[in-house]
Design a protein around this ligand. Structure first.
Ligand SMILES: Cc1cc2nc3c(=O)[nH]c(=O)nc-3n(C[C@H](O)[C@H](O)[C@H](O)COP(=O)(O)OP(=O)(O)OC[C@H]3O[C@@H](n4cnc5c(N)ncnc54)[C@H](O)[C@@H]3O)c2cc1C
Length: 373
């Protein structure tokens, strides 16, 4: 923790108002962690990981959050691309792409969503046309987090347009984000930052050795990526435990804190909700330790924490008081306005990784076994 430029202790890590600077710092920080094998805890030793289990991964992630370490800048590579390549990639692909993910030498993005294919991902229209030695990919992706910094993109495209069902006939391909025909246009979010982007793909050549899984079976590959996005979430648990501690500390010193009866009730609710989130995580962790996949129950966890997060953030703003909404952010003080930025950022929690309406449908149909709507 000697390598972090801010104080160890209570609260969420400060963010820089300059995204380029934040990503550059994130790369240096992740490289330091990776040098001592603190990244890729569950990855095999021969690929640079530690070869340990999900519980150890969970503990390390919790400890990093407790130390106010920033979220890993290479989290898409670590949390989504890694598990996808372990399940569907070839040995050659794992050797080629996984080690540079650990130290953030290579960053990845997820090229799934399109302007008319978000919740209904199966309706995507990006085309992958077969050519000699590979595919030519053309289409438009959107909401692609960190695409402007990415070296590689995990992309879902339609390769067999005549397939009998929409879910059939897609292929998962790895796009070189520096290739000819790739254009990235940042989109500004409610926080004022441009973390996500539009990505235009114009006749981009993807060689055969960059196809993940069987051509035409990209839907299966994409579902495995998505199950890892929703399943277990030690990082969000860590962030919200830190947020809770920060909130309780703030409430000690505030006239809108523990001395106010209504607020005391809300603070107790926030405490209980975060503890319940911890228990839900431990239940999924038990499944993983038994060698079971995260399963559709992962949707329950995503649904729960995203709604909990909004309620806890509302309580944070209530303790801060009426001036909280006036925050503009200060360029010379990265810690300034961190609660407000966090509140704004987590408004997206009920959208990313699948919206809450979609999670509810998944829970209804695949966990509770209700008839399909
Ligand atoms: C911060 C952030 C980062 C993201 N990063 C990435 C990324 O890196 N890569 C990537 O590929 N995508 C990314 N996304 C996109 C995300 O996965 C989509 O926004 C999400 O799947 C919803 O799709 P959509 O935005 O097209 O909304 P739509 O699918 O158009 O949905 C609009 C509304 O209609 C509702 N709705 C739609 N269908 C149904 C239905 N069948 N039943 C009930 N209600 C329905 C939805 O719940 C929602 O309220 C990101 C999104 C956010 C917010």
């Amino acid at each position: 923790m000697a390598n972090l430029p801010w104080e160890y202790g209570v609260g969420i890590p400060p963010r820089s108002p300059d995204l380029d600077e934040e990503v550059a710092f994130g790369r240096r920080w992740q490289a330091l962690l990776a040098a001592d094998h603190w990244v890729g805890i569950t990855w095999p030793v021969e690929l640079g990981g530690r070869g340990l289990g999900p519980t150890e991964h969970f503990v390390v992630t919790e400890e990093l959050a407790r130390a106010r370490a920033p979220e890993l800048v290479g989290r898409i590579g670590i949390n989504l691309v890694g598990p996808t390549l372990f399940a569907h990639g070839t040995d050659e692909q794992r050797q080629r792409w996984l080690p540079p993910i650990l130290g953030a030498d290579n960053l990845w993005c997820q090229l799934f969503s399109e302007p008319d294919a978000g919740s209904d991902l199966a309706s995507l229209t990006t085309r992958a046309e077969r050519v000699e030695g590979g595919y030519r990919v053309t289409g438009r992706k959107v909401w692609t987090s960190y695409a402007q910094f990415a070296d590689w993109g995990l992309c879902l495209a339609r390769s067999h347009p005549d397939a009998p069902k929409r879910q059939l006939g897609m292929t998962c391909l790895v796009v070189d984000m520096h290739a000819d025909g790739v254009e990235v246009r940042p989109l500004v979010q409610i926080t004022g930052e441009a973390e996500f982007n539009e990505v235009f793909l114009d006749d981009v050549l993807v060689p055969d050795d960059q196809v993940v899984g069987t051509p035409g079976e990209g839907w299966t590959v994409a579902n495995s990526t998505l199950s890892h996005e929703r399943g277990v979430n030690p990082r969000q648990l860590g962030i919200h435990c830190q947020l809770l501690l920060g909130l309780l500390e703030m409430a000690q010193d505030s006239e809108r804190g523990f001395c106010d009866n209504g607020m005391r009730q809300r603070l107790a609710e926030a405490y209980l909700e975060v503890k319940l989130f911890q228990l839900h995580n431990w239940r999924t962790l038990t499944r993983l330790e038994r060698g079971e996949p995260p399963g559709p129950e992962g949707s329950t966890l995503k649904l729960y924490w995203s709604e909990m997060s909004k309620r806890v953030h509302e309580t944070v703003l209530a303790v801060l008081g009426p001036s909280a909404g006036l925050w503009q952010g200060a360029a010379d003080n990265p810690g300034d306005g961190m609660w407000q930025r966090s509140w704004l950022y987590y408004q997206a929690s009920s959208i990313f990784s699948g919206t809450n309406e979609i999670q509810r449908t998944l829970v209804g149909e695949r966990v509770l076994g209700l008839p399909r709507g």
